[in-house]
Write a protein that binds this ligand. Structure first.
Ligand code: AMP
Ligand code: ZN
Length: 131
């Protein structure tokens, strides 16, 4: 399969691995949006949140929590964002499930997840759709 994360998992291409167990692997994101930007990736190839089995997902998210704390402390960051993209419209570029751990230092640190404020949201309509 022509998947860059599968190649990293199979040691076909190099990475800076910081954690590994039987189900997941964590390595430095090559782009380093901020210092310490890390990806936590399932070893089996599942494309999105909707594909990964619950057991693997729960295990992976526990590792995200542990690594996030470790990274937060070691980098001396002031905050942490956890980000997970699914499908192209959401910015997913590698179609193998992964979670970003992004240490935050200040508002000018290179990552800006600020939400755009919607002036007139139709909450009734949205609520009727989702309830
Ligand atoms: P996403 O946009 O959520 O699919 O994120 C994919 C991430 O994978 C991006 O932040 C890339 O910088 C990162 N990436 C792509 N290739 C590599 C690689 N060879 N090693 C580490 N990270 C990578
Ligand atoms: Zn893959």
């Amino acid at each position: 399969m022509n998947c860059i994360f599968c190649k990293i998992i199979n040691n076909e291409i190099p990475s800076y691995k910081i954690y590994e167990d039987e189900l997941v692997i964590a390595f430095l994101d090559i782009s380093q949006a901020t210092k310490g930007h890390t990806l936590v990736v399932c070893k089996e190839h599942y494309e999105t949140l909707f594909d990964i089995p619950e057991k693997t997902f729960l295990h992976l998210m526990n590792i995200v929590k542990k690594l996030a704390k470790d990274i937060y402390e070691k980098t001396d960051a002031n905050g942490i964002n956890i980000l997970q993209n699914n499908y192209l419209a959401a910015g997913q570029t590698v179609h193998h499930f992964h979670v970003h751990i992004i240490p935050r230092y200040d508002e000018q640190d290179g990552f800006n997840p600020t939400f755009k404020e919607n002036e007139n949201p139709n909450l009734d309509e949205v609520f009727n759709l989702l309830k």
